[in-house]
Design a protein around this ligand. Sequence first.
Ligand code: NAP
Length: 271
Amino acid sequence: MNLGLKDRVAFVAGASSGLGLAIATELAREGCRVALCSRNEARITAAAKAVREAAGVDQNRLLPLVCDVTDEAQIESSLRRTAEHFGGLNILVTNAGGPPAGFIDDFDADQWRKGIELNLISTINLCRHALPHLRRAAEVDDALARILMVTSVSAKQPVPNLYLSNTARAGVQGFAKSLAEELGPTGITVNTVLPGYTRTERLGELADAIEARSGKTKEEIEAGWSESTALKRLGEPEEFAAAVTFLASARAAYITGIAFPVEGGRVKHLL
Ligand SMILES: NC(=O)c1ccc[n+]([C@@H]2O[C@H](COP(=O)([O-])OP(=O)(O)OC[C@H]3O[C@@H](n4cnc5c(N)ncnc54)[C@H](OP(=O)(O)O)[C@@H]3O)[C@@H](O)[C@H]2O)c1
């Protein structure tokens, strides 16, 4: 299948490790020119090198950027630099780290605000500042303009100790559905992609938090996560990135407003 991604321009947030890094790699492999960002210059520079090697592409097809997605000014300037550097923007992938694990009594008001800023407000601001560029991309011949939001399976089924994530992801879902409806006539598609338990640094942090609280070993925790899925295993970042890349492609032009789970059959409801 030709995904029609050759020479398209993508911006992938939170891309120095984990899901973002895998998405940047897969998009580069499919021919995109990719801007990738994170907060840490050394990590994002190393990530760009890893993408270059894994995808077998020239350095000039990648643009590593330092951008904290909780800072609106950094978002605006990073997206503007991307569009200036590559001559436009076709694909926005919103993503960031996950908030700390915990229950209702574990967070004060400031921690709640930070969690919402990290996973909801950052998504909104990335979309707001990408939209002028995406609208231009949607108006040309052979147009392709896509928004993909990395959220969590917790948007479908809340995870017991992830209050901050559960709450922010539900907000992202409402925002995405609203945006898909409004942007539909322009041809810009908007979809969320929901990872389940996928082998990344974030998953290691969650296992640490549960280990400290429950006394279970990391191996027991991981085995429990695997057992909760139909496929009886954790996901790999590359499996998640493949789904995002398809939804970013020219072949996904008639898919918008959906929440696409990549979670090995963990959620048990019918639809
Ligand atoms: N892995 C899973 O099983 C799983 C399951 C459900 C949901 N999720 C969600 O999916 C998202 C990605 O998860 P992951 O597993 O890939 O996590 P990860 O391995 O911890 O990677 C997070 C990435 O985001 C970057 N980042 C963190 N805060 C940022 C900020 N404020 N601005 C810009 N970049 C930032 C980090 O880079 P720097 O440190 O270099 O800034 C890193 O590149 C998270 O929201 C997570 O909660 C993951």
